[in-house]
Design a protein around this ligand. Sequence first.
Ligand SMILES: Cc1cc2nc3c(=O)[nH]c(=O)nc-3n(C[C@H](O)[C@H](O)[C@H](O)COP(=O)(O)OP(=O)(O)OC[C@H]3O[C@@H](n4cnc5c(N)ncnc54)[C@H](O)[C@@H]3O)c2cc1C
Length: 343
Amino acid sequence: MQILKNHNLKPYTSFGVDAYAAQFVTVTTLTELKSALALPTPQRLILGGGSNLLFCDDFDGLVIRICLTGITVNESASDVVSLHVSAGENWHEFVQWTLAQGYDGLENLALIPGVVGAAPVQNIGAYGVELGDVCDYVDVLNIETLAVRRYTPEECQFGYRDSIFKRELKDRAVIIAVGIKLAKPWVAKINYGPLASLGADASAVAIFKQVCLTRQQKLPDPNKLGNAGSFFKNPIINKIQFSAIAALHPHMPHYPAGDDIKLAAGWLIDQCELKGYQQGGAQVHTEQALVIVNTGSATATDIIVLAKHIQTTVLARFGVELHHEVRFMGRDGETNLAEVSCG
Ligand SMILES: Cc1cc2nc3c(=O)[nH]c(=O)nc-3n(C[C@H](O)[C@H](O)[C@H](O)COP(=O)(O)OP(=O)(O)OC[C@H]3O[C@@H](n4cnc5c(N)ncnc54)[C@H](O)[C@@H]3O)c2cc1C
């Protein structure tokens, strides 16, 4: 295990913005991970594929990149296929692999960047399916005690882009593996958007292809145009606030969210005519208002200033506060849009 000093994080994040880590290690085994956790440092960051992170500054600590690999399969039960997947496996390649084996059920979650170990952190979701729907367990290494403990889905407290790993277990646990259970017989989930036209007898592979096609059309490829996917979460508001806004905007897209209503953040931003709006090298994507892209020379400050402008504009127009989905890392650890400076 090599300890790299003052290491540029740009190649490890999908935003492709310069930022340096005081120390950086890549771990490929549990033993290496434990050794990395023993290194003296003021703070640590666990890094997967870097597709949901914005480094707002250099990081004054140790970045541990998780590259644990391996998949095991248990098909002994008649009603479920159980998969044990190491945290460093690439998520999309894993989805592709399951379909090639004939294990259907992950097709709606195709083409989400990042690694398996990060998937429970924000309970990744797309096209009507979330990780929590297929999660059997999450194996976690406690950073203080180095003990491994298995968390049930209930213990993970999965919510909309949320889990215990963003809250109580933040900075206290490293996910080392995820258990996935795929129900047999498989049932297609095609209620959502462009999948509905596929028809009830669509195969999992057909759904996978449609998801990939739609995503490729809608979302910029981070390998070509730096971005971190949806920059903001879809806001959830109460019914009273919704009625007031809907009276002025009767065609506003909205979805039930328990007792509340979920709005489409991209629609709100688009209504403010911000598509294509640019701040330095950062731009609101011309096709998808929810995505901020790095046109090539964006600094973290460009992205932060642009994000604040979007937030202020949407708040002034609709009275709705947007919260960022992308996680912000400052010099001393996680920060947020309200606290980060634009200097
Ligand atoms: C083009 C694009 C499209 C996207 N589409 C979607 C989408 O449809 N749905 C969706 O939900 N997300 C989407 N995302 C966001 C992103 O892909 C997911 O959040 C993904 O799970 C992040 O994985 P990662 O490995 O890149 O995590 P990273 O960005 O490396 O890390 C994200 C967070 O998880 C923590 N973390 C990572 N690994 C571990 C671990 N092993 N143990 C503990 N903590 C860990 C990190 O510390 C960090 O706080 C998209 C991103 C892009 C760029």
